[in-house]
Ligand binder design. Structure first.
Ligand code: 13P
Length: 249
């Protein structure tokens, strides 16, 4: 059985003080949710506040990106060992916003994922198609390309540690969720890619999260799909009550 995994992605929202205020409200709301993994992926500058607030709780902290070198003259970048030393356990990699605005590619996704694993972080690796790709019937082909150019470069041991997030780009922040059936079908297709490359056991074990307008009112139907193991939640993770409702679906 795969442990459900509910992750918030705060994107570029909140200050450190707002982070602390969030956790003060949020932690008691999810304190009884012991049978699932709960994560907040915070902006870098909020990680210290988040780690302090969540210390000793059932909520883990992650970042939203990392650079693949351990240290060096890379102005503005943050490395895996730095995140680990700051108390992070997770890191989001290859989010579509990173691909769209910051030149992220499948090849750099792979480098970041390897660096995260080397630092002892769990990578939450994002894949997903654009609207025009879905409309052209190219979803599976796009996912195959992203998989082949990214995750397929991991070895079996590395792959066993990662979490995949399927985020159809047209559903992010738009209020348009993929229907549970549509998402479930795509998750199944991703699991088939994993099976072909890493074997049936790896495919059964890997958790695949759905992301894209997950809300308290649609989470249950999404989670009812066999191949959907959790959510990567943007907007609805910013409010303690709405993210707690999602976690406690
Ligand atoms: P929304 O939940 O705001 O659609 O964002 C999804 C997302 O991009 C999570 O990484």
């Amino acid at each position: 059985m795969r442990t459900p995994f509910m992750a918030g992605n705060w994107k570029m929202y909140k200050t450190p003080a707002e982070t602390t205020a969030f956790f003060n409200e949020f932690l008691p709301m999810v304190a009884d949710a012991k049978d699932r993994e709960i994560v907040i992926n915070a902006p870098y500058v909020n990680i210290a506040a988040a780690v302090t607030s969540a210390s000793g709780s059932n909520v883990g902290i992650g970042a939203q990106n990392l650079f693949w070198e351990k240290e060096g003259a890379y102005t503005g970048e943050i490395s895996g060992p730095m995140l680990k030393a700051s108390g992070c356990q997770y890191v989001v990699i290859g989010h579509s916003e990173r691909r769209q605005y910051f030149g992220e590619t499948d090849a750099t996704v792979l480098k970041r994922a390897v660096a995260a694993l080397e630092a002892g972080l769990i990578p939450i690796v994002c894949v997903g198609e654009l609207l025009e790709e879905r409309e052209a019937g190219r979803t599976n082909e796009v996912l195959q390309t992203q998989f082949d150019g990214g995750l397929a470069g991991l070895d079996d041991e590395q792959f066993a540690k990662i979490v995949i997030a399927y985020e159809p780009v047209w559903a992010i922040g738009t209020g348009k969720t993929a229907t549970p059936e549509m998402a479930g079908e795509t998750h199944q297709a991703i699991r088939a890619l994993v099976a072909a490359k890493f074997g049936a056991d790896a495919a059964t074990a890997v958790r695949i999260l759905y992301g894209g307008s997950v809300k308290p009112n649609n989470v249950k139907d999404l989670m009812a799909m066999e191949d959907i193991d959790g959510g990567l939640v943007g907007g609805a993770s910013l409010e303690p009550a709405s993210f707690a409702a999602i976690v406690n679906f």
